[in-house]
Design a binder for this molecule. Sequence first.
Ligand SMILES: Nc1nc2c(ncn2[C@@H]2O[C@H](COP(=O)(O)OP(=O)(O)OP(=O)(O)O)[C@@H](O)[C@H]2O)c(=O)[nH]1
Length: 438
Amino acid sequence: MPMPTPDESPQLSAIDYRQLLDEVGAFVYTTDAHGQYTYANQLVLELLGNPPLQAILGKSFTDFVDIGEAGATLRETDLRVLRDGETIAREETNYIHATGESLTYWSIKKPLRGADGAIVGMLGISHDITAKKRLEDKVRQQKELLDAVLDNIPGLVYMKGANRRFLYANQHLAKMFGRPVDQIVGRLDSELMPPDVADAFWQKDLHMLATGEHYAGRESMFDAAGHLRQFWSVVVPWSGYDGMPALIGLITDITELQRLKDELQRQAHTDSLTGVANRRSFFERAEHEFAHSRRHGAPLSLIAVDVDHFKQINDEHGHPVGDLVLQGFVQCCLDQLRAQALCARTGGEEFCILLPGVPADAAQAIAERIRTAVAAACLSPEHPALRVTASFGVTGLGPADPHFGAVYSRADRALYTAKQQGRNCSCLHHVSEIATSP
Ligand SMILES: Nc1nc2c(ncn2[C@@H]2O[C@H](COP(=O)(O)OP(=O)(O)OP(=O)(O)O)[C@@H](O)[C@H]2O)c(=O)[nH]1
């Protein structure tokens, strides 16, 4: 259908225009150069309490509606339009005293000019955006509340889409990556982590996205400062908005907890005076080595050691010196041993040395080396004349030994023999060993 040309368009009467302006869904009015109404549409009249149009001509908004202190701002704005010729478009909030309501408008105020260009009045158009504004405020408040919760829980929270891009990150995660949140959201995981790390996470993510399974496990990663941190990570698949699947992750930093756990574990396995394995951890490890040697037909030797006349050292020099002697004695032993050997304190001044892969003859040679080193050492610098000796019982794993206890008893008997033979010596208890070292 051909469009009518401007000349052909139907002419609207003033009444038609008024009806049209009553229907536009916005407050429309004009004023004279003093800011007094020369026209107002139906919506404005309703706001002013429904007076007839004639009754408002020559009057201003504040003659009808008490908006308190906001009236001064309103007059100032009108002045900028009427005096300075500015066009102003901005949000205005008016507190209507009569109703106790706070209304927000998007208002455009524009000067009206006569044929000579002089300002003769003002045209005002306002949209009531109160409902939209209240909704926005509510959404903002809820977001602030949610951010406060998610940023204050002691965990790293994120959401990642099926396209590998982060959809959400809380402040703790941002701190871990060493970037602000807005530099994380929308980015690929591989832009934020080393590619191999990101790929390893992504493999797990893909599995969860495909199966809907949850994940919980320990992970470690370097933080922005380059420190390796331990995490407990829980990841839950989510169907996402717009049907786009996503993953929600909650990560707890357990670095300190892990350190404490490791330290407690170390303490539980270590003798606090000498720093070597304690009795319990020695027997655990020895059972393990016993089974391993049995399986592989490999030699295994044990040296049981006892410091000679230790009671006398304590009695003559005091307990603290006795402690120093025990520490020095252990150091002498360790100096003669390779990394595979396990030296442990199994009693007050009793020690065991387990030698995986070492046949009994070689073990006795090691025992002799230690014995000579101990006898020559000054174990208490404050008592240079103090000399300490030790006795050694040596044995190897035999084919008939049913468990490690049998080896231990034999070494203990050999130690007893060494004590009987006058101390400061080593005694080897022979068995036909299951194998010899190459
Ligand atoms: N300083 C110190 N002494 C300890 C510790 N544990 C045990 N002892 C002492 O070690 C001594 C062991 O004495 P005995 O079992 O009689 O043995 P010994 O004097 O070494 O005699 P022989 O073994 O027969 O040569 C005791 O006096 C214990 O009090 C310790 O942690 N520190």
